[in-house]
Design a protein. Structure first.
Length: 215
């Protein structure tokens, strides 16, 4: 079995309240599984996982106070024709365990849903669960962390808190106390509020990169 990516230890420690030092440092690590790269920002500390030589990354002078999230740095990291994701807030909560409150869904509609297709492009071990409210995916995400995403159906019951109840039920699918991560766009305020209301707390921000380079 391959060793865990070192970024996973940083996420796990942050979930326990132990963050990297806020000293302006940029840590450069190898790429994650499948060649996926990323830039992660904690408070005053950045982490860049890439196949590029460390000296080349540092020559671009990213900093840990926003520079590692700057568009020009991310475009250089991706290379010409590479894919750069959006800036997401990294959140974490703890599984509640107990009887699972969401059934697994394997219908063609669920498997072909855009949210599920996207999850399969960037994560592994994806399972899909849901009901009349919407779908959630559970998967091994960035650096092997356990990761959640949700999508409400357009026809889901209306009313305040529907997304919140879906997130709460998703936590029952993870053993009690186990960290569960989510990457949520800050612009998706409704989703962000739902996660925060269910006990998720912010750890930092991240951008995923699938590079395309000539070398």
């Amino acid at each position: 079995m391959p060793s865990p990516h070192p970024l996973l230890a940083l996420f796990t420690a942050a979930a326990d309240g132990r963050f990297p030092p806020s000293d302006g440092t940029v840590t450069v690590l190898p790429p994650t599984a499948g060649g996926l790269e990323c830039s992660v920002a904690f408070t005053g500390h950045a982490v860049v996982a890439t196949a590029l030589p460390e000296a080349e990354v540092r020559a671009w002078e990213p900093d840990a106070f926003g520079g590692s999230m700057a568009a020009d740095f991310l475009h250089r990291l991706a290379g010409p024709g590479g894919w750069t994701g959006c800036v997401d807030a990294v959140l974490v909560a703890r599984g509640t365990g107990g009887p699972p409150r969401l059934p697994e869904v394997i219908t063609p509609e669920a498997v072909g849903h855009p949210r599920v297709r996207y999850a399969r492009r960037i994560r592994s071990g994806v399972t899909v669960h849901g009901d009349e409210r919407g779908l959630i995916t559970l998967a091994d995400g960035l650096a092997g962390r356990r990761e959640l995403s949700i999508e409400l159906h357009a026809s889901s019951p209306t009313g305040k808190g529907v997304g919140r109840t879906l997130v709460e039920d998703a936590l029952s699918l993870v053993p009690e106390g186990e960290p569960l991560f989510a990457a949520v766009s800050p612009g998706n305020a409704r989703s962000l509020r739902a996660f925060l209301a269910c006990g998720f707390v912010p750890l930092g921000s991240e951008v995923l990169v699938r590079p395309s380079r000539s070398r």
